[in-house]
Design a protein around this ligand. Structure first.
Ligand SMILES: Cc1cc2nc3c(=O)[nH]c(=O)nc-3n(C[C@H](O)[C@H](O)[C@H](O)COP(=O)(O)OP(=O)(O)OC[C@H]3O[C@@H](n4cnc5c(N)ncnc54)[C@H](O)[C@@H]3O)c2cc1C
Length: 503
C-alpha cells in the first residue's frame, strides 16, 4: 500500500518549529518497487485519490507535507489529515518514445513529489545533467520547494519551479496530468500514469506554484541542463555604495571585477550588516560556471562555502544585547561565514549539487524577504538600512538576484529581480523591524512581493494587490481544475484561507 498510517493522532510541529498542527492524523506516502515510473505513480495516485475521498467523507481537511521547512506555516493545518511525502522519492529516466514528437527528452526526468532537491541533483548528476538553480539549501522536497517559488541567486535564472515541464496532481475528482497547451509527454505515457491529460497554459502556470492549495502533487517531469562545474569565491569585502548601482543595472561583471574575479559571474550574493553597511565588510559569494570535466579536484560542500547556519545561532546573542547589535552582528557574520576560497586561494570546483548543503533546523530563526524590481535596489537598500539604524532589529540583510520566474504566483515577477532576505533570531523586535521595512516601502511607493514560505505576514488583501490579474487567472485555473467548492475546501487551512487561495 503506498499510503500507511503513522501512529496515533496528535501534534505535529514543522521543521523549524514555527507552527503546530493539533489533532493531526498522519499518513505517509511511500514509494513502491514497480520497474516503470509510470506504473508506480499510477498506483500511488489512485491510492491518494481514494484517501482524499475518505477524508472528504469524514469531513477532514488534508495537508500534503514536503520536508516541512516553510516557516510561513503554509504547511500547518490542525484537525486535519497530514500526508508526509518524504518517502515517495524515486526518480525515473524518460525515453524519447515517452514524449511527443519534437520534444527533446534528453534532459527530462520523472520525479516522485517527495524527492529531496538534493536527491534530484544526485540522480541528474549521475546522468551527466544538472539543475540550473535551487535554493541555498537542498533539503526541501522538489514539490514543496516549487510550491512556494524557492530560488537562489543564479542571476540569469528564475525559480526552482521553472524546471517543471509537466506534473501529476490528484484531487478528489480525478488524477490530472497537467502540461502546457503545446504538450510534452506522449498520450500513451500519460494514459499509463492513470491520469487524465489537461493541456492548458494557465492551469500549468498555476500548478507550477500552487502554494499547496491545488491538490496533491504526486509526480513531476523535471528538466535539466548538461552538468557543469562551479568555481566559488567567498570573501569579506567592504563594498562601495556605488556598487549598488552596478548591481541595479545588472552589471554583475563590474561588481565581480571589483570584489572577486574579472569574469562574468553566474551567481552573486551579498550579506550585509544593515548597521553601517559600507563601513563594515559584507560577505560576498560568487559562482562562476565552467564546462564539466571529470578531472576536477572535488571539494566538500564546506570547502565550497555552503551553509551559514552559525549566523542564526549567534543571532540569539544579538537579541540579548541590543545595544551592541552592530558589532555583534558583524562578529556573528564573520564567525558563521566560511570565508574563502578567496581570489588568491587555490581554486576549488564542484557541481551545482556539490555546492549545496541540507540545513539543520535553525534555532529560533526569523526569516522574511521582499522581492523588488532590481532597478530599485539602491533606493530600497538605503530605506532598509535607515529602518535598522533608527529602530533596531537583529537581522542580517542578504541580497540575491534572479530573473522573472515561471508560475502565475511567482514572487519574482519583475523582469529582473533583487530579493532581499532578512534572517535573524525569532523575536518580537526582529519581526517589528521587518514590519517597519514593509510599511516604509509601501509609504515610499515601492513595488514589492513577499515569499510564500517565509514569515512575511501576508494577507488576502495584500496578495490580491500584489498579483492582480495573475491572481484572477490563478483562481480561474484553480476552478477549472477543481470545480467543486467542497473539493477545494479540503485543501484549505487557516493560513491558505487567509491568503485568499482557497474557497
Ligand atoms: C533554512 C531555510 C532555508 C531556506 N532557503 C531558501 C532559499 O534559499 N530560497 C528560497 O526561495 N526559499 C528558501 N527557504 C524556503 C523553503 O525553500 C520553502 O519553505 C519550501 O517550500 C520548503 O519545501 P518543503 O519541501 O519543506 O515544503 P513544505 O514546507 O513541507 O510545504 C510547503 C507547501 O507546499 C505544500 N506541499 C508540499 N508537498 C506537496 C505536494 N506533494 N503536493 C502539494 N502540495 C505540497 C505544503 O502543503 C505547503 O503548502 C528556506 C527555508 C528555510 C527554513
Amino acid at each position: 500500500m503506498p499510503i500507511v498510517p503513522l501512529g496515533e493522532s496528535g501534534r505535529w510541529t514543522n521543521y523549524h518549529g514555527t507552527g503546530v498542527c493539533e489533532d493531526a492524523t498522519r499518513f505517509a506516502l511511500r514509494s513502491g518497487d514497480a520497474a516503470r515510473g509510470r506504473d508506480e505513480i499510477a498506483i500511488a495516485a489512485a491510492t491518494v485519490r481514494a484517501w482524499l475521498g475518505e477524508a472528504l467523507a469524514k469531513g477532514k481537511r488534508v495537508r500534503p507535507l514536503g520536508a516541512g521547512w516553510s516557516p510561513s506555516n503554509v504547511n500547518i493545518c490542525s484537525d486535519a489529515w497530514l500526508l508526509h511525502t518524504r518517502r515517495f522519492n524515486r526518480c525515473f529516466r524518460i525515453a524519447a518514445s515517452d514524449v511527443l514528437p519534437g520534444v527533446d527528452a534528453a534532459g527530462l526526468m520523472l520525479v516522485e513529489a517527495g524527492t529531496l532537491v538534493d536527491e534530484v541533483s544526485d540522480k541528474l548528476e549521475a546522468e551527466g545533467r544538472s539543475l540550473w538553480t535551487s535554493g541555498a539549501g537542498n533539503g526541501q522536497t522538489f514539490a514543496g520547494a516549487a510550491a512556494t517559488g524557492t530560488h537562489g541567486s543564479m542571476v540569469a535564472r528564475g525559480g526552482i519551479q521553472d524546471h517543471i515541464r509537466a506534473l501529476q496532481l490528484v484531487t478528489p475528482a480525478g488524477v490530472h496530468w497537467v502540461e502546457p497547451a503545446a504538450g510534452v509527454m506522449s498520450d500513451a505515457f500519460i494514459a499509463a500514469t492513470g491520469s487524465t491529460v489537461l493541456r492548458d497554459d494557465d492551469v500549468f502556470a498555476a500548478v507550477q506554484l500552487p502554494v499547496g492549495a491545488l491538490g496533491i502533487v504526486t509526480a513531476l517531469v523535471v528538466d535539466s541542463v548538461p552538468k557543469f562545474l562551479v568555481r566559488p569565491i567567498q570573501n569579506l569585502r567592504k563594498v562601495d555604495c556605488a556598487a549598488l548601482d552596478w548591481l541595479a543595472v545588472g552589471d554583475f561583471r563590474r561588481f565581480s571585477a571589483a570584489y572577486a574575479l574579472d569574469r562574468d559571474p553566474d551567481f552573486v550574493q551579498m550579506i550585509v550588516n544593515p548597521y553601517k553597511p559600507f563601513k563594515r565588510p559584507a560577505m560576498l559569494r560568487f559562482l562562476y560556471a565552467e564546462p564539466w570535466r571529470a578531472n576536477y579536484d572535488q571539494a566538500t560542500p564546506g570547502e565550497m562555502g555552503a551553509g551559514y547556519d552559525a549566523l542564526s545561532l549567534l543571532g540569539r546573542l544579538l537579541d540579548d544585547y541590543p545595544w551592541a547589535r552592530g558589532a555583534l552582528l558583524q562578529f556573528a557574520m564573520k564567525m558563521g561565514y566560511a570565508a574563502g576560497p578567496d581570489v588568491d586561494d587555490p581554486p576549488v570546483h564542484g557541481t551545482w549539487g556539490e555546492g549545496l548543503d541540507t540545513h539543520r533546523p535553525l534555532a529560533d530563526l526569523f526569516n522574511a524577504s521582499v522581492t523588488i524590481d532590481r532597478s530599485d535596489l539602491a533606493h530600497v537598500f538605503e530605506l532598509i538600512c535607515g529602518v535598522y539604524t533608527r529602530h533596531g532589529g537583529s537581522t542580517a540583510v542578504t541580497v540575491r538576484f534572479m530573473e522573472r520566474a515561471q508560475g502565475l504566483l511567482a514572487p519574482a515577477r519583475f523582469t529582473h529581480n533583487a530579493v532581499i532576505d532578512f534572517d535573524g533570531p525569532r523575536s518580537p523586535r526582529t519581526a517589528e523591524a521587518y514590519a517597519r521595512v514593509v510599511e516604509l516601502l509601501d509609504r515610499a511607493g515601492v513595488d514589492f512581493t513577499r515569499h510564500w514560505a517565509k514569515s512575511c505576514h501576508l494577507d488576502g488583501a495584500r496578495v490580491a494587490a500584489d498579483y492582480g490579474e495573475d491572481l484572477q487567472r490563478w483562481r480561474a485555473a484553480r476552478n477549472r481544475l477543481i470545480p467543486d467548492p467542497t473539493h477545494r475546501a479540503i485543501f484549505g487551512s487557516p493560513v491558505l484561507d487567509g491568503l485568499g487561495l482557497t474557497g
